[in-house]
Design a protein around this ligand. Structure first.
Ligand code: 13P
Length: 252
């Protein structure tokens, strides 16, 4: 049985005062919840303070990206060691907004994932097609490319800790969710590919989140699907009520 994992991607929202209010609210709402891994991923400038707020709670800290080098002249980037220092445990890699607006490639994703794993942290590796790719019938080939490219040269022993997030770009921030059946179809495909790349036992143990307009009113139907093990939540993670409700409903 795979343990569900719900992560909130705060993207480039919130300044410190608002972020503290959100994190404190989540701590109050969620302290008694068990049976699910809870992650929040605030922007870089918020990590230090949020880390202090959630220390010792059942909420884990995530970051939204990390560079592959240990250090160096890489303006605007953060290293795994810098994030680790703030008690970051999970790092989102290859989000479609990174791919779409900042030229992130499968090769870059691959290098970042390797760095996260060798730093002992857990990557949340995002894959997913955009609208024109879906309309052309290329969903599976795009997802396969993201997986194969991102996982190149990563052995089973290390890969087993990676969390995957299927995020169809056309469903992000649009209010359009993939139907549970549409999402399940791709999740099933991802697990099949992971079994080909690694082996069936490894693929069965890996967790695959769905992301794209996840809300309190659709999480239950999504998480019921055989291969959906959680959610990567954008907009609805920015409010105490909606994110708490999503977390609670993911464990029934
Ligand atoms: P929304 O939940 O706002 O659609 O965002 C999804 C997402 O991109 C999470 O990483």
């Amino acid at each position: 049985m795979r343990r569900p994992i719900i992560a909130g991607n705060w993207k480039m929202y919130k300044t410190i005062a608002d972020a503290l209010e959100l994190a404190n609210g989540l701590k109050r709402e969620l302290y008694a919840i068990e049976g699910v891994d809870i992650v929040i991923a605030p922007g870089f400038t918020l990590l230090d303070e949020i880390s202090d707020v959630i220390a010792g709670s059942n909420i884990n800290l995530g970051a939204q990206n990390a560079h592959w080098e240990a250090e160096g002249a890489f303006t605007g980037e953060a290293s795994v060691a810098q994030l680790k220092e703030l008690d970051v445990k999970y790092i989102i890699i290859g989000h479609s907004e990174r791919r779409q607006f900042f030229g992130e490639t499968n090769e870059g994703v691959n290098k970042r994932i390797k760095a996260v794993l060798s730093g002992g942290l857990i990557p949340i590796m995002c894959v997913g097609e955009n609208l024109s790719q879906r309309e052309k019938g290329n969903t599976f080939s795009v997802v396969q490319d993201h997986l194969r490219g991102g996982l190149e040269g990563i052995e089973k022993e290390e890969a087993k800790d990676i969390i995957f997030a299927y995020e169809p770009v056309w469903a992000i921030g649009t209010g359009k969710t993939a139907t549970p059946a549409e999402a399940q179809e791709v999740h099933g495909f991802i697990r099949k590919k992971l079994a080909e790349i690694y082996d069936n036992d490894t693929a069965q143990s890996m967790r695959i989140q769905y992301g794209g307009s996840v809300k309190p009113d659709n999480i239950e139907d999504l998480i019921k699907q055989e291969d959906i093990d959680g959610a990567l939540v954008g907009g609805a993670s920015l409010k105490v009520d909606s994110f708490s409700e999503i977390v609670k409903k993911s464990v029934g």
